[in-house]
Design a protein around this ligand. Structure first.
Ligand code: CTP
Length: 149
């Protein structure tokens, strides 16, 4: 999309890690896009995740390739620090800032710059729950191997 066209379109911005991409992520992106014409997704870099105390399983470049290939997504940018959101909203002339409702209230101050929308999360699925299941399975297998020795 060229610059002139971008000026007329409604721009939507969201952020996330999108580790181990799942249906909750897809639903969020589809619904975010439905608020406008052009969806920008900020993906947390591996370094930023470490700062947040999160350890992503899938490296940034692969998470980026996956999210870029989703038909609702028009542009992917790097999320490197908490403070960049205001800069990105101004830079990309964002109309809607969309996040899952696990973040409800946390970004209300951004209403000064654009409309902030919190969408209900898809129930019953999260990357954290995948990781917990994998950990439990690993612990079970380690115990089993010990007992078999
Ligand atoms: N999301 C969602 N429904 C889910 C999981 C995530 O709507 N079941 C949304 C989040 O609210 C966020 C975006 O998808 O706006 C990216 O989420 P992210 O934090 O990367 O994924 P989670 O699966 O929530 O990961 P974690 O469990 O590590 O927080």
């Amino acid at each position: 999309m060229d610059k002139n066209n971008l000026n007329k379109k409604k721009i939507v911005l969201t952020y996330g890690t999108f580790d181990m991409f799942h249906i909750g992520h897809l639903n969020l992106l589809k619904r975010a896009k439905s608020y406008g014409d052009y969806l920008i997704v900020g993906i947390s870099t591996d370094e930023f995740n470490k700062k947040k105390g999160k350890n992503s399983i899938i490296p940034f470049n692969e998470r980026k390739k996956i999210v870029e290939s989703i038909k609702y997504v028009d542009k992917v940018i790097e999320e490197k620090e908490w403070e960049q959101k205001i800069k990105d909203i101004i830079k990309y002339k964002v109309d809607y800032f969309v996040m899952g409702d696990d973040w409800k209230g946390k970004f209300d101050e951004l209403n000064k710059f654009c409309k902030v929308i919190y969408l209900p999360r898809t129930e019953g699925i999260s990357t954290t729950s995948f990781k917990k299941s994998a950990k439990t399975l690993l612990a079970f297998l380690e115990q089993l191997i010990k007992e078999l020795k």
